[in-house]
Design a protein around this ligand. Structure first.
Ligand SMILES: Cc1ncc(C[n+]2csc(CCO)c2C)c(N)n1
Length: 223
């Protein structure tokens, strides 16, 4: 049988190229990304992380093996603590107050992505959930390294680039890939297909998240 992560990676090759080519990531890499776009991204990302941490905690609760439980429980805490520290620095630089962040409501894309993760967490299988969780790690590692390889000096977004191209983060990504492959190894063909679909859906949402920040996305009516 083929390895799930290899199938999923091949299956999303075109999407990943599109993510590399996004105007948001192009501008982040050369440091020209406008402050309003990065601010929007930071605030939406703080909202995303809270829900992502819930999805990770649910994966920890559902995991059939202690190694996966530990990894997801730790990642849930890190999503709240480590990522919040990164955000804290940028919140200060970009003048985002805690009140402003707390009062913000999710954009359509942020809402769609987090609800997809939470509905998978609560109505899908453990296998589907880990496949939905994986792109958040893997795509950021891929994009972090891609951008680190082409960025220049004095980039105002260097702390973001360093976080996601760091070797320790790479180790965490490898661990989640291994957990996902273990889950897939004993899954039926139907379950593996559902896993692929979930992986692809989250990868689409990762593209949409950066795109929505670049467009400063709003709800089309009523807000
Ligand atoms: C939309 C969006 N997708 C992925 C990440 C990256 N990320 C968030 S939590 C986590 C694991 C635990 O820290 C990782 C890698 C992000 N920040 N925002």
């Amino acid at each position: 049988m083929t390895i799930f992560s290899e199938d999923a990676w091949d299956d999303t090759a075109a999407l990943r190229r599109a993510i590399h080519d996004l105007p948001f990531n192009r501008d982040l890499a050369d440091g020209s990304l406008t402050g309003d776009r990065f601010r929007f991204y930071m605030i939406q990302d703080a909202l995303y992380l809270e829900q992502y941490a819930r999805a990770l905690a649910t994966a920890a609760a559902k995991a059939p093996e202690p190694d996966a439980m530990e990894r997801f429980a730790l990642a849930s805490q890190e999503a709240l603590v480590v990522e919040r520290a990164l955000h804290g620095g940028f919140f200060e630089t970009f003048g985002i107050t805690a009140d402003e962040a707390a009062a913000a409501s999710p954009s359509p894309t942020c809402y769609g992505y987090t609800n997809f993760l939470l509905s998978t967490a609560h109505t899908g299988s453990y296998e589907e959930l880990v496949a939905a969780i994986l792109p958040c790690f893997w795509i950021y590692w891929d994009v972090g390294r891609y951008i680190a390889g082409k960025t220049g000096p004095d980039n105002p977004y260097q702390a973001w680039i360093d976080t996601y191209s760091d070797a320790d983060f790479g180790d965490a990504v490898e661990a989640v890939i291994a957990i996902t492959n273990r889950a897939a190894a004993t899954a039926s063909a139907t379950c593996r297909n559902a896993m692929l679909k979930a992986f692809r859906r989250s990868t689409q949402y990762e593209w949409m998240f950066w795109d929505s920040a670049y467009r400063l996305e709003t709800w089309p009516i009523g807000s």
